[in-house]
Design a protein around this ligand. Structure first.
Ligand SMILES: Cc1ncc(COP(=O)(O)O)c(C=O)c1O
Length: 377
C-alpha cells in the first residue's frame, strides 16, 4: 500500500526535537520558527510534558467517556484559570475542525437557528460544516455545499450590520479567527470584534471565537480575541493546547446549557490527551509563556520591520506574518535548506508565517533575524 498523496512535502525527515530545535535523519539541526504549524506551544519534548505523558501511559492509556475521568476536571480548572474564563464549561474533542464543527452545531442547538456568518479568508477545518465555513472552494466538496453559510469581508462593520439587518433573526452564529492564519496573518480589529459581540447579543446569535491557531497564549493573551476586551460565547481550540498530542476543545459560556447526548466523542478527553494538555497548562503558567510570547513577538516584529524588501510585518505575539513584494517560496526553501530554519507559508503566496514555540528566546530570534536579513539582500 502507498500513501494517499495529498501533501507536497520538503525532502527532509524530522526525527528528533528539543525546545525550539529539531533534527533531521542525517543529524542536521534546524531552528523551528514554524512550531509544526503552530502546534508546538511549550517546545519539543519538554521534560514536564514527557514525564506527564509517560507516567500516564504506564497507568492507563484510554478508557471511555462512560466513566468519570477526573483529569478532565483538572484540565478544565487549569484552563479556566489560565484563560481567565473560570465560569466557562469545557468540552473535549480531537482536532480543530471537530472543535469548530461542534461549536456551530452547539450554537444551532442553543438558539434553534441555522445560518452561520463567516469571514472572507477564513479557515476553520475540513469536516463538513467547518469546511463550508472555510473560504476556499478548492477544498469544499459538492457534498459539503450548504446555503447556511455566508461570507463577509474581514473588519467590514457595515457589511456585518447589513447582514444582521437583513436576516438577523436567522443567524445562529458568527465564527471568526481573532487573527486569520491561513489567510496570511490578518488581524481582526477590536472594533470589529466588539461589533460582532453587540450584534450577537441583540439578535440572540452565538459568537464563536476560532482560537485553534491564534489561541493558547500565542498572541500574548490567552485568546487573541481578548485584545478587544470582549468575551465570545464559545472559544474553539486545538494545535497548541496539546503541544502535538491531538486534542481539540470548546470553552463554552455559562448561559449555554448542556443536555445529555447533545455532543459526544469516543476519543475526546482521553487520559493521554488530558495529561498532555495539563502539562501544557502547567508550563505556560509556571514559565509565564503568554507574557514571553508578547515580548518576543514584539522584538521580532520591530526588528523585521527594519529589514529591506519587507512590504509589511503584522500579527500579535508569536503569530507573525511577513509580507514580501514577491512569492516567498524561494526564500522559504533557502531558509530550510541553506539556513536550516523552518518557517510557514500561507494562502497568500507573498506571506511567510512565524508560529514558533512560546518559550522562544531572544537568541533564537537573533538566529532567525541574521539568516533572514542575509537572504533578503
Ligand atoms: C484557525 C483554524 N481553525 C481550524 C483549523 C483546523 O484544525 P485541524 O487541522 O486540527 O482540524 C485550523 C488548522 O490549520 C486553523 O488554522
Amino acid at each position: 500500500m502507498k500513501m494517499f498523496d495529498v501533501y507536497p512535502v520538503y525532502d527532509v525527515e524530522i526525527v528528533k526535537g528539543e525546545g525550539s530545535f529539531v533534527w533531521d535523519s542525517k543529524g542536521e539541526r534546524y531552528l523551528d520558527m514554524y512550531g509544526g504549524h503552530a502546534v508546538i506551544s511549550i517546545g519539543h519534548t519538554h521534560p514536564h510534558y514527557v514525564e506527564m505523558l509517560t507516567n500516564q501511559l504506564h497507568k492507563l492509556g484510554f478508557y471511555s467517556n462512560s466513566v468519570k475521568i477526573s483529569m478532565q476536571e483538572e484540565l478544565a480548572d487549569k484552563l479556566g484559570k489560565l484563560s481567565g474564563k473560570e465560569d466557562y464549561q469545557l468540552f473535549l474533542c480531537n482536532s480543530g475542525a471537530e472543535a469548530n464543527e461542534n461549536a456551530m452545531k452547539l450554537a444551532s442547538f442553543h438558539n434553534g437557528k441555522s445560518k452561520v456568518l463567516a469571514v472572507k479568508g477564513a479557515f476553520h477545518g475540513r469536516t463538513s460544516l467547518a469546511v463550508s465555513a472555510t473560504d476556499n472552494p478548492n477544498i469544499v466538496a459538492p457534498v459539503n455545499k450548504t446555503d447556511h453559510v455566508s461570507f463577509l469581508p474581514m473588519n467590514d462593520e457595515a457589511a456585518l450590520e447589513a447582514a444582521f439587518a437583513a436576516y438577523g433573526n436567522e443567524i445562529s452564529s458568527v465564527i471568526v479567527e481573532g487573527i486569520q492564519g491561513v489567510a496570511g496573518i490578518v488581524v481582526a480589529t477590536d472594533s470589529y470584534l466588539k461589533k460582532i459581540r453587540s450584534l450577537c447579543d441583540r439578535f440572540n446569535a452565538v459568537f464563536i471565537a476560532d482560537s485553534v491557531q491564534c489561541g493558547c497564549g500565542r498572541s500574548g493573551k490567552y485568546y487573541s480575541h481578548d485584545w478587544a476586551g470582549v468575551k465570545a460565547d464559545i472559544y474553539t481550540m486545538a494545535k497548541g493546547i496539546g503541544n502535538g498530542f491531538p486534542i481539540g476543545a470548546l470553552s463554552i459560556a455559562p448561559h449555554i446549557e448542556p443536555r445529555y447526548g447533545m455532543l459526544g466523542t469516543t476519543f475526546g478527553g482521553n487520559h493521554l490527551a488530558c495529561a498532555a494538555a495539563i502539562a501544557v497548562c502547567d508550563v505556560i503558567a509556571q514559565d509565564n509563556l503568554i507574557e514571553n510570547a508578547g515580548k518576543m513577538g514584539k522584538y521580532l516584529m520591530d526588528e523585521i520591520a527594519k529589514l529591506p524588501n519587507i512590504k509589511e510585518v503584522r500579527g500579535k505575539g508569536l503569530m507573525i506574518g511577513i509580507e514580501l513584494f514577491e512569492d516567498t517560496a524561494a526564500i522559504r526553501k533557502k531558509l530550510v535548506f541553506e539556513e536550516k530554519i523552518f518557517v510557514g507559508s500561507s494562502g497568500n503566496k507573498n506571506v511567510l508565517r512565524l508560529l514558533p514555540a512560546l518559550n522562544l528566546t531572544k537568541e533564537h530570534c537573533d538566529i532567525f533575524l541574521t539568516s533572514f536579513a542575509k537572504l533578503l539582500k
